[in-house]
Design a protein around this ligand. Structure first.
Ligand code: ADP
Ligand code: GLC
Length: 488
């Protein structure tokens, strides 16, 4: 087998810094690639949440050309992904990353985000040279690092002449759109500021540059790779994506079962397996206590964990919450995000103390406890590039209720009451009514068809979405991209 040198560049990586699924992927994929024998290294920014006392600093600093702003200097810290020998490098710059938020302070994003991530992207390339690590593959993720494929093509640096670039789109909604003066920071002249590359409505679009210049593009589920080529899900980029569809692949995310399995999860009240679900009952009772809800085994308990953003279907939940709570059910919600949603759901929990529990904020332990303790998991996303929580839910025997979009559609099979097949409950229209009806369907099944519930739990817990198989698909995309590169 051809052993590849792979450099993974990401703005967040589990367990060091996380706001969403990108971090889960950037923390898990390297392990699976290394297990296939590849030489994998990871680089991310050093935010304040990364405890630098645990890592050693490399000698010397990186001097990064920031165009109009002159040179910016960054230090590099070195660690490893936990329980592995995979090196992780942290690019440190007090001015850019010395703050507690990754991308924002709870609002629309830091104003200097273009500077921060252009600095990081350029520093990542310099780091390869500093390490004498000439990668076969540079794998970049989302808009934060999407400028790298363009930089590689523009620089024509002989050091990277055999390096292929792969861009993974985790979420097309966020594209790194900024005013055109960002060109002055990029420092590559104005030659690439045109509608086929960086320009977008007279501003720059970093993700678009990545789509155009990467040797391969991947999305995080097959269905999403199709959806984004059409009007409804393209966020304005369908023409660019269609023009580059020959190098677009949809690869479903995997799950790190070392983190997300009720067999071994150290955050939950009692571990359990598909064969013996008694621990799940303990987890349910414990979760009800955490949220000060009546401890009842008979009532169906629904959970939600996620960013309180429109993407996640929170408007559907908000529209129907009072109607849903008319039924004999309980709901717990963990999330942070849009201010209106935070205050709305807090208000609901004040009014409906016996039925609705809510925690506004970010808590990994509680996310695990919700996965284990609930009977059903709500994921009514308007769009979902992959979605991880519905897959985690399968592993915990918690039945997902999802809208049939993106990775949700790819991973969840709808319940068929005639054959007791399926792994969850699905709906199609992005309307409050369709969502409400599907929850009612689940509640009705809970109270009136216990056998079906048992069968669905069993079906879901049997499913396996391991990174091992997924890594092999990435491997073949990497090899294809290298071939593309060599033909150029
Ligand atoms: P996205 O990346 O779009 O936010 P995913 O489903 O891919 O959605 O991944 C979200 C990840 O972030 C999951 O691991 C989920 O458990 C976690 N998560 C989201 N919000 C919170 C929160 N408030 N507290 C703890 N974990 C959260
Ligand atoms: C994004 C998507 C989510 C996906 C995650 C990891 O944040 O919104 O659907 O699971 O990235 O790829």
């Amino acid at each position: 087998m051809n052993k590849l040198k792979i450099f993974i560049v990401a703005s967040e990586v589990v367990p060091f810094a996380k706001t969403g699924g990108l971090a889960d992927v950037a923390g898990a994929l390297p392990k699976a690639l290394a297990a296939l024998g590849h030489d994998v290294r990871v680089v991310m920014p050093r935010y304040y949440v990364v405890d630098k006392s645990k890592f050693k600093a490399l000698d010397g600093a990186l001097g990064v050309d920031m165009g109009r702003d002159g040179e910016a200097w960054g230090l590099v810290l070195e660690g490893v992904l936990p329980n592995t020998e995979i090196p992780v490098y942290f690019i440190e710059h007090e001015g850019y990353f010395g703050r507690s938020g990754l991308y924002d302070a709870g609002d629309n994003g830091y104003e200097d985000n273009p500077q921060r991530f252009i600095f990081f992207s350029k520093a990542a390339l310099q780091l390869c040279k500093k390490l004498h690590f000439g990668p076969d593959i540079i794998h970049v993720n989302d808009w934060h690092t999407a400028i790298i494929p363009l930089l590689l093509n523009v620089m024509q640096d002989s050091y990277f002449q055999n390096t292929a670039s792969i861009l993974t789109i985790h979420n097309l909604q966020h594209q790194g759109r900024f005013t055109k003066d960002v060109m002055e920071i990029l420092g590559i002249g104005w030659g690439n500021f045109n509608t086929y590359e960086l320009e977008d409505f007279d501003g720059v679009n970093l993700l678009k540059a990545g789509i155009v210049h990467a040797d391969a593009i991947t999305t995080v589920s097959p269905k999403y790779s199709q959806e984004i080529r059409g009007f409804a899900y393209d966020w304005g980029l369908k023409d660019v994506l269609n023009a580059h569809a020959y190098k677009l692949h949809g690869i479903l995310n995997g799950v790190d079962y070392e983190e997300w399995s009720p067999k071994s999860d150290h955050y939950i009240a009692k571990k359990y397996t598909a064969k013996s679900l008694s621990g799940k009952k303990v987890c349910k009772a414990e979760l009800q206590k955490i949220f000060n809800l009546p401890v009842r085994a008979d009532v169906p308990l629904f959970g939600f964990v996620g960013r309180l953003a429109e993407q996640k279907g929170v408007t559907l939940i908000a529209s129907e919450i009072w109607n849903l709570l008319e039924m004999d059910i309980q709901i717990v919600l963990l999330g942070a995000g849009e201010r209106w949603a935070e205050s709305f759901f807090s208000h609901v929990s004040d009014v409906q103390r016996e039925k609705f529990g809510c925690y506004i904020g970010y808590r990994n332990d509680l996310a695990h406890q919700i996965e284990a303790g609930c009977d059903f998991f709500l994921m009514p996303s308007l769009f979902e590039p992959c979605g991880l929580n519905q897959i985690y839910s399968l592993s915990y025997g918690t039945l997902p209720i999802v809208r049939a979009t993106g990775g949700l559609d790819d991973t969840i099979e709808n319940f068929n009451p005639h054959a007791n097949t399926g792994t969850g409950f699905k709906f199609y229209d992005a309307t409050p009514k369709a969502f409400y009806n599907t929850v009612v369907w689940a509640v009705d099944t809970w109270y009136n068809n216990k056998d079906a519930i048992k069968a669905l739990i069993k079906n879901g817990m049997k499913k396996h979405f391991g990174w091992d198989d997924t890594a092999k698909v990435y491997e073949s995309v990497y090899n294809e991209a290298l071939q593309q590169k060599r033909q150029k």
